[in-house]
Ligand binder design. Structure first.
Ligand SMILES: [Zn+2]
Length: 580
């Protein structure tokens, strides 16, 4: 039995003219070969799966083909065949991502000065060149400074900004672009026809969308879909969606329409059906976001609207009633929620909560926009700076604060809002818990940010929805609501220094260390306003996220959550809001 060859290998381009969607690269290299203007080092930059390695091999073949240097290598001579098979002695491929040992670098230097094994050129293809060790990088740099005759380097990287400028300046740089959807679709159509895979327009669109400009992914998807092929049958979109756990877009559209028009009962029912069908929630978020972005695009692009209208089998009249801002709000909300998904105790529950919040009549009037936050931080807002940044006015009315003199501990301590429910007050009486006036901390934080001179640092602190947990003689403890910003804050000593300086000026204390804690403030605040997620001890383990989870969990337990009674659980969770 003949071994199955993956389609992406079988349909790998073999000459420059076969490259898909890289016109500039094709033209530049073709001209260089035709007019004998090959340079000794190329740098191929661009996202994965756009043809960098394939192009490097094609270039190698074009230069070393036994028929002579040509844009049309024969593909049959010893040189061409050995390059295709990856065993040419004169074409050395190094994947820096998987070979990061020092020996490789030394090997590289040693072999550079040896002659070729009969080919015109000795060609080095170094993939993911930004991942070379410092040692190897230096060796490469030295070689590039005085390249031996007949040696050509083809460097490739997905992360150009990590390649040092001295390397870039010694290479001719070529940019590989994500492949356009149209080009992807044409290619998929072609391969499907060659392979007798019967798929319709919907599936082709599905493939091109899902692969996001990565040709290799697109062809691999087609490969996976081909297993559904039975003789004399057309593959149904439904089968494909099931194979990938993707939600049928026409069903998803019903949910989005219901949410956009605040049809509460319909939204809940549709969302519940989706959850019950056992769809992967992360995939569901992804699909939902894609569709909403498509709809937002259709609202301003009439040509695209026609296309989408056909796909969804709906006239999309609903779009006329929706403000653009409404889309942005939902996209923002879903993205935010998506990043928190992995911390959720129940992803299904979180999904339902998000849907509930988006059909809440207050959804569009909430004051949590970045703009409002900036105004507040800059003091332009006339509202008293009580409570947390981003609090809704409604939230503030419901909040009472238990105060405690911070001087007693010489620490301005972490503070939380507590609702007036007796339950919360009981918690507050527990000796291990401590509260203080949030005004102190938020005012202080506002001042600290105000004193920072660097705008990027200010913006980063605001984007990450940071807030002050405590400030003592030694330590500034900063809460961060969005964990995606955490690495950028934690690994930047310059930013830390600036924050420390401002903290010193603003507080009169002499803190020396900054500690960041990932503790989403919004999670407890917006979704579970009555839950006092309280720091229960003073230990330095900083296990805040688990505390956030505990409060989440207890809330779920209180509402006696059962998967078959999602709506009931959600109602309990959100304070038994009536759904009309
Ligand atoms: Zn050849």
């Amino acid at each position: 039995m003949k071994q199955y060859q993956p389609l992406y290998l079988k349909y790998r381009p073999q000459k420059l003219s076969e490259l898909i969607g890289q016109e500039v690269v094709t033209k530049t290299l073709s001209n260089a070969i035709t007019y004998n203007k090959i340079v000794h080092a190329y740098l191929f930059c661009g996202p994965r799966g756009t043809g960098k390695t394939s192009t490097a091999r094609i270039l190698a073949k074009s230069l070393n083909c036994e028929k002579g240097t040509t844009i049309d290598p024969c593909g049959k001579c010893v040189s061409c065949v050995s390059i295709t098979q990856g065993n040419s002695l004169d074409v050395i491929e190094i994947d820096a991502a998987s070979h990061r040992k020092v020996e490789d670098a030394e090997d590289l230097i040693n072999r550079v000065n040896l002659g070729t094994y009969g080919s015109r050129f000795k060609i080095y293809i170094i993939d993911e060149v930004h991942m070379l060790t410092d040692h190897a990088f230096n060796a490469l740099l030295k070689t590039l400074e005085e390249p031996p005759k007949n040696v050509i380097f083809i460097l490739a990287t997905t992360e150009e900004y990590k390649v040092i400028p001295t390397i870039i300046s010694r290479c001719q740089k070529l940019d590989f672009k994500p492949v356009f959807q149209n080009d992807l679709e044409k290619r998929i159509n072609y391969i499907a026809a060659q392979e007798k895979i019967n798929i319709d327009e919907t599936i082709i669109k599905f493939i091109s969308k899902r692969s996001r400009g990565c040709l290799r992914d697109a062809v691999s998807l087609l490969d996976q879909i081909s297993v559904l092929q039975e003789e004399n049958k057309v593959i149904e979109p439904k089968e494909v969606f099931e194979l990938f756990g993707t939600v049928d877009r026409t069903i998803l559209f019903k949910l989005v329409s219901a949410v956009l028009t605040f049809s509460r009962e319909e939204s809940i029912n549709l969302a519940e059906d989706l959850v019950k069908s056992g769809k992967d929630i992360a995939e569901l978020y992804k699909n939902l976001l894609e569709l909403i972005i498509d709809l937002a695009k259709a609202k301003i692009d009439s040509k695209y609207k026609k296309e989408l209208s056909q796909e969804l089998n709906n006239d999309l009249a609903v779009l006329n009633k929706i403000e653009h801002n409404h889309f942005l709000k939902i996209i923002d909300r879903l993205q935010d929620s998506q990043t928190k998904l992995r911390f959720a105790l129940s992803q299904e529950l979180q999904f339902m909560v998000e849907i509930m919040s988006m059909i809440d009549e207050d959804f569009l009037v909430s004051t949590t926009d970045l703009q409002k936050r900036i105004e507040k931080l800059e003091g332009r807002n006339s509202e008293p700076a009580v409570g947390r940044i981003g609090d809704t006015a409604k939230g503030q009315e419901n909040v009472t604060m238990v105060k405690r003199k911070s001087e007693e501990q010489n620490v301005i301590s972490a503070s939380q809002h507590i609702s007036e429910s007796t339950n919360a007050m009981e918690h507050a009486d527990t000796p291990a818990r401590r509260y203080a006036d949030t005004t102190d901390l938020d005012m202080l934080w506002k001042n600290i940010i105000g004193l920072i001179e660097s705008n990027p640092t200010k913006t980063l602190l605001m984007q990450s929805e940071s807030y002050l947990i405590s400030l003592s003689e030694d330590v500034v403890e900063i809460g961060v609501s969005k964990d995606m910003f955490l690495p950028r804050l934690e690994h930047d000593t310059k930013k830390k220094e600036m924050i420390l300086n401002s903290a010193k000026q603003a507080s009169g204390k002499e803190p020396k260390i900054i500690k960041y804690r990932f503790l989403p403030r919004k999670l407890e605040q917006n979704s579970f306003e009555s839950t006092p997620a309280v720091k229960t001890n003073d230990s330095e383990d900083g296990n805040f996220s688990s505390e956030a989870k505990i409060s989440y969990k207890s809330k779920i337990e209180e509402s006696s959550f059962q998967s078959d009674d999602l709506t009931g659980a959600i109602k309990n969770l959100l304070g038994a809001k009536e759904i009309d």
